[in-house]
Design a protein around this ligand. Structure first.
Ligand code: RTP
Ligand code: MG
Length: 139
């Protein structure tokens, strides 16, 4: 398994607010290389499948509704220690608790509409990247 990769989405709130360019700039400036990227959208069905791990959580239905409410940008990113470094770059799930300068601190509005997703393990980074990109696209 390739362990220097992570997976991200720019979520519908950030796309709608016009932050794609600024967020990509922060990601690239932090030393991440974009391996694969697409502008697309999730349906309720595909968002439900992507977030299947959260199926039992109280926020699951709202999360699926939100994530299928608009366009997203999905990307595979590469850097040494990618998963951990990217989670540091985006900050805490709740933007009111995210450190100054983090992407969620700068661009997120609420615990749900929190601008970006970042994989939480190498294993999930691979699963999530495979969800959006074919083997050819993520070479
Ligand atoms: P992500 O997976 O998006 O990178 O976020 P995370 O690891 O920081 O947070 P996680 O616990 O995996 O939750 C996934 C997403 O669900 C929404 N959420 N809503 N209403 C709530 O209390 C609540 N808690 C989480 C957020 O969009 C969160 O990013
Ligand atoms: Mg998560």
């Amino acid at each position: 398994m390739i362990t220097n990769r992570t997976f991200t989405m720019i979520k519908p709130d950030a796309v709608d607010n016009g932050y794609i360019g600024a967020i990509l700039n922060d990601i690239i400036s932090a030393g991440f290389k974009i391996v694969a990227m697409k502008y697309t959208h999730l349906t309720a069905e595909t968002a439900g499948a992507f977030y299947e791990v959260h199926k039992e959580r109280p926020f699951y239905a709202d999360l699926v509704r939100f994530m299928s409410s608009g366009s997203i940008v999905a990307a595979i990113l590469e850097k040494d220690n990618a998963v951990e470094d990217f989670r540091k770059l985006i900050g805490a799930t709740d933007p009111s608790k995210a450190d100054a300068g983090t992407i969620r601190n700068k661009f997120a509005k609420s615990i749900e509409a929190n601008a970006v997703h970042g994989s939480d393990s190498d294993e999930n980074a691979a699963i999530e990247g495979n969800f959006f990109f074919s083997a050819l696209e993520r070479y």
